[in-house]
Design a protein around this ligand. Structure first.
Ligand code: PMP
Length: 350
């Protein structure tokens, strides 16, 4: 705490990301990164990059990348916004659509949402979960405010059907409904199919998970052109060039390699089943997941202890010391080899 901080900064509770470690022997299953490298087209794009071109500012409109995304999602470039990771896009969306309003989100969800509410002074209401850790969309609907839902949800991994999201948007008139689809590519149907029917749905996705590019920092939003224009107004009042030239080039290469994307997503989905079955055999209750991680609690071993013992064995998973979820571990789906090592270590511990 410093006397130089403004009062509002003193009151912030910043988000704490999972640990980033760089040891060769660490099995890192704590931040939902992809276990696979990005598409070889990204490596080729990097090799072909002319360092001299970096003397120029990047395209502030990121039109080339937005056009590739638009083609991929069968929308038009004016329905696409890009940002410096989906956290950046989400923060701008909170600023553009939620400031001065009351918003709702489920009590168990991505813990960055209350942080942005604190930063932008937004009132929020948490809605309770259903008994099976699902999102109660009827309770979530809100008129003339704002709604945000992660789908699949984090940290539970549970999917809300796309038709239910359409109903949520219809019963939340006057509110923007943000659908944070960071994990949608691992077995869910995107709400992008709804944006022509519902001008209040904003879908946010990322290159960090299913495109294996967490280090590049690229995210995007898809929605009605008026929502996109709102985001552009915020961006251009804050930073005209959030996406650097390297990210523009590599992102385009990644999005255009659909075959590699599908192959790696399918590998993660298959490995998730191996992980789920293995954990169940060891006495875990695993919430059925549609994401690249699972959320599991053991029938008699405390999660905090398991987390520490795994860490002592150079395996990092995520543990949240928070009410209602402090007996769960969130485990990222790694390669089959990493999953094998995790399950063997757990077997020894338990
Ligand atoms: N939404 C959810 C639900 C997440 O778990 C994450 C990853 N922490 C993000 C958004 C942000 O991802 P990124 O900024 O890397 O795109």
């Amino acid at each position: 705490m410093s006397k130089y901080w403004s009062d509002s900064i003193k009151q912030l509770h910043p988000y704490t990301p999972g640990e980033q470690v760089s040891g060769r022997d660490i099995i890192k299953l704590n931040t939902n990164e992809s276990p696979y490298p990005p598409s070889p087209a990204v490596a080729a794009a990097l090799e072909n990059l002319d360092a001299g071109s970096l003397k120029l500012y990047p395209d502030p409109l990121a039109l080339d990348l937005r056009s590739s995304l638009a083609d991929n999602f069968n929308v038009t470039p004016n329905q696409v916004f890009v940002g410096n990771g989906s956290d950046d896009v989400l923060a701008m969306a909170f600023m553009a659509f939620f400031r001065g309003k009351t918003i709702q989100f489920p009590e168990l969800t991505y813990s960055f949402y209350p942080v942005w509410c604190g930063l932008f002074n937004i009132n929020y209401i948490n809605t309770p979960m259903t008994t099976d850790y699902g999102i109660d969309t009827a309770a979530l609907a809100l008129q003339n405010g704002g709604v945000i839902i992660a789908n699949p949800n984090a940290p539970t991994g549970k999917l809300t059907p796309v038709a239910t999201i359409g109903e949520l948007a219809a019963s939340s008139s006057g509110s923007v409904v943000i659908v944070d689809e960071a994990y949608i590519d691992f077995g869910g149907e995107s709400a992008v199919s709804l944006i022509d029917q519902h001008d209040n749905i904003l879908v946010v996705q990322t290159f960090s998970k299913s495109r294996s590019l967490a280090g590049l920092r690229l995210g995007y939003a898809i929605g009605h052109p008026d929502l996109i224009e709102g985001l552009v107004r915020v961006k251009d009042s804050f930073n005209s060039y959030p996406i650097d030239s390297v990210a523009l080039t590599c992102g385009k290469a990644a999005i255009e390699d659909k075959e590699y994307f599908e192959t790696t997503c399918n590998k993660v989905i298959a490995s998730r089943e191996v992980l789920t079955t293995g954990l169940e055999l060891l006495g875990f209750d695993v919430i059925p997941s549609n994401a690249n991680f699972v959320f599991a609690q053991h029938t008699h071993k405390a999660a905090a202890e398991l987390y520490q013992q795994l860490k002592d064995n150079n395996i990092l998973v995520r543990y949240f010391n928070k009410p209602k979820i402090d007996n769960f571990l969130r485990i990222t789906v790694g390669t089959d080899t990493e999953i094998g090592a995790l399950l063997n270590t757990l077997k020894t511990i338990i």
